[in-house]
Design a protein around this ligand. Sequence first.
Ligand SMILES: [Cu+2]
Length: 132
Amino acid sequence: MRPKTPIVKPIGPIGVIVAASLLAGACGGGSGGPGAAAEPEDGVLRIVADDTNDFDADTYVVSAGEIRVDYVHSGFQNHTLVIEGIEDQLRLEVENGGRDSGILTLAPGRYIIYCDVAGHRDGGMEARLLVE
Ligand SMILES: [Cu+2]
């Protein structure tokens, strides 16, 4: 009988995991299987971050006007969420599975959201936001 040894997950250097994002872009639009995409609540933008330095989508769509942004974390690393060009209007921050939210008003257009923790945007923590 061997004593059970605890499983220790080594925390590797950031950047090894980038290739995974290439595999994720399979949704071509149309049809939409059951449960494939939850219909977003109007005026709410929900974004999930994880420890592969990625968001849960490459493109988010929301209606123009007042928007509540819910930023949810499914990992442990510290992440932030800002919108390029209007970083002073909204800055959300999560870690350890937490969540943060904020409200701002957006005009129609194309925006870029990203995490401003050093190195994370370069690692892929960037996505498009279409406001229509
Ligand atoms: Cu980050």
